[in-house]
Design a protein around this ligand. Sequence first.
Ligand code: GLC
Ligand code: CA
Length: 965
Amino acid sequence: MKPPASINNEWYKDTIFYELRIRSFYDSNGDGIGDIKGLTQKLDYLQDLGVTTLWLLPFYPSPKKDDGYDIANYCAVDPEIGTLGDFKKFLTEAHRRGLRVVTELVLNHTSDQHPWFQRAQRAKAGSADRDFYVWSDTPNRYTEVRIIFNDTEKSNWTYDPVAKAYYWHRFFSHQPDLNFDNPKVQQALIHALDFWLALGVDGLRLDAVPYLYERDGTNCENLPETFAFLEKLRAHVDKKFPGRMLLAEANQWPDDTVRYLAGGNKCQMAFHFPIMPRLYMALAREDRFPIIDILSQTPPLPASCQWGIFLRNHDELTLEMVTEEERDEMWAFYAKDPRARINMGIRRRLAPLMENDRRKIELLNMLLFSLPGTPILYYGDEIGMGDNIKLSDRNGVRTPMQWNSDKNAGFSKAHTKRIYLPVIDDYTRINVEVEQNDSLSLLSWTKRVISLRKKHKVFGRGTCTFLEPENDKILAFIREYEDERILVVTNLSHNAQHVALDLSKYHELTPIELFGKTTFPIIGKTPFILTLGPYAVFWFSLEKSQPDTDSVTLPDFLKKSRWFGGKGRMIEQIQVSDNVVNVTYTEGPSERYFVPRILVKGEWVDAFQSPAFCRSLLKMTKAPIRASKIRLLESEQSNTSIIFDDCYILKVYRKLSEGKNLEKEIGLHLTQKMRFPNTPKVVGFIESNPMAILHEFIPNTKNGWELACEALQQGKKFLSEAKLLGKRTAELHIALSSDTKNKAFSPEPYGSLYQQSLYQTMRNQAGITFRQLRRGLSALPSDMLKLATKVLDSEQMLLARFSELRTLPLRSHRIQIHGDYHLGQVLYTGNDFMIIDFEGEPSRKSSTRTIKRSALYDVAGMLRSFHYAATSTLMKEEDAKKRTLLSTRAEIWYRTISREFLTAYINTAGNASFLPADPAEFRLLLNISLIEKALYEIGYEQNNRPSWLRIPLSGLIDILERDSP
Ligand code: GLC
Ligand code: CA
């Protein structure tokens, strides 16, 4: 069993620990006790959470009077929770998921049930067996030594009636200390270490490591002998198991703790005990001093070493590393109820300590994830689990993990009475399942922080410099590593605060807030002013204002692709798996795109360039077709189409979506059911993502757009074409609305509710488009600025027009329409038009596209397209004189063919229910549709082709002018 593939010798610097108790995690066999198999079943959860190292509390045979830290056999598994075989399987499964595993090596003591102790009790005084432990005839030795479990123990010596002597113990009296002066003891423990590392465990937590030796006249902590032993242990590990890690549990002041890492030849990691209570203290006092003060007393570490930092763990929140006054202050603040106090600390979990205030929980977590060191999460704290101070010892923070709202919080199927510790009673509200389904839950938030943390090596490896703003309630520091710089600003106060930060060293850099990717004003030489809400935290990446453009990245590639619909949106994250790129934005829903690609000379190239790839797609449609000539359709926009032998065209959807494919449904309805002749036949499709439709290809055609532009350039009329187009459009609508038996294609009345919602939709769209337009004003050239201002000035008028949708009862029917109808969607065969592409506007969700609408929306689409053709032809003319001439001609052209098209449409539709009979209704629906189209175009052009923005702006003005009474 090997550790995860990459032997990265300093993996512990970039990892995220998750500390858990197997007995509390998940019970797979319903006996009321969590077990190894149960943990193995929950590995997917841990992987999804994003943690990368699991630290397992002791799981060895033990009387469990100290929750397993009282070991009775070092090289076996407690039968209550499984077998060694289960553990091996667990380890393989964890490693397969890239999770490392750290277990416990309890060096200092064993249980009094350990055979070594029982042998020692009976062995002759002075023999090697007896000397496995520390004996004395008097309890008056080592009197300077403190008592750690001072609530239960009165002395560190206990008299043993069998041995007729006192034995030494730093913890409970049932936990005799091993005697490290005896070489056999050292050998026995190295044997235990070999046993677990040989199985593949990635690291060991050395429990209670400061107390290994006893020497007269000292406090028996941090003795030179202990460091010598650790050097020996480390040399052994490096030789036999390179890459494995030793973590020191030394609850000491920084100067002493650092000695466990000194020289880089002892442990690689040590917990930073003193910082922990100070995080709570700083929050209670609303003052950054305790944190900065302790870190300034922390000596630098050898390059290969790392701190482990934590907020909570399986023990009490220890207050050993604070002053007496501070301990009183902390108890008074965080443990008013005396039952919450134990030994020198507080037995509570994070959420109750924070009074379940999400802002404070998040604040401490943000510090945990951004201060120097590797963060260690305690199981259950990611969901905000509570505690139970009525339970004995530290059991109140060791209760079963809360998975769902079922009996026993889904932890175990056993009868509730048989659960080893009672579940916390708020579990129906606080559990994994509930929180997984809630994007705003603490769990979801924790996942986001973890994933953000993992993206920036600087957090695990960077230097840390504290800023000293005048406002003491603000804790601000800068982490730096290679070319990454992150600024962390925290408001420790329950009130809003402002702060002026001296960032002059970083002037000309731009702070980008990491969660939302929001850009803040560029840093100047004067103080950087920030306002922070209560308990607010910011993580800013300080970036060079000019982004590097040397290498072609995936986002660049996406932005260059015409089918990418997210150009106007701020990308938060891009995840690639197989051929699918998942794009999350800072706002709004995420999108998935089908992006098969190959890397050629450092540049991403679309796999569609490869004929073999295209052929494999054709095969997937299951159509009995073989192709020899393959080409891509050049005018393609939102998708990619492949043409096979000029006979078939396969349209492959770039944007993946759930739900049914409307284009396929409509295609089958029109060609198979209605036998509508003016659309190409559907001959096959790929149903699941990627979705694709295979149609007959109509060769040697021009599309309506090319045809219209050509006519415009050559000064040709377009009358008969426009007339034919009007007729075919009406026929299409008839075909889409006359199968009254099929709910998907039968006409529906409007109703006042729908009218109201239509009004609201229009209003929203106008509001958003206007806002965007207003923001972009400064970037517009002067002539466009004039148009844009005029459009913006018309807002009230527009809203008034929309408002009629609420008052005029609509009598016509709404139907399934084409949805994205324009000149590019009709092919001219020489004497007729074929209508294609029933996908709808690409930016709309497929479920929205099935909502029936006014047929006049398609009509408006075509009219807008005529206007586009006329205006864009005009835009190409560089000569100003010619342009004026053209402009009059274009305008006449546009008006004439629009009239021709409309007349033919109305005549063909006759008394179809989708055609409003009342002229006022007709006018309202047509104009509203024209406005909606123009608004959509304005939004689109502003994001994608700013130089074209002129067309919809002038279009909208024209619509409004002609519409006015
Ligand atoms: C460590 C453990 C604690 C245990 C003690 C004695 O401090 O974290 O849980 O009680 O050692 O083994
Ligand atoms: Ca069990």
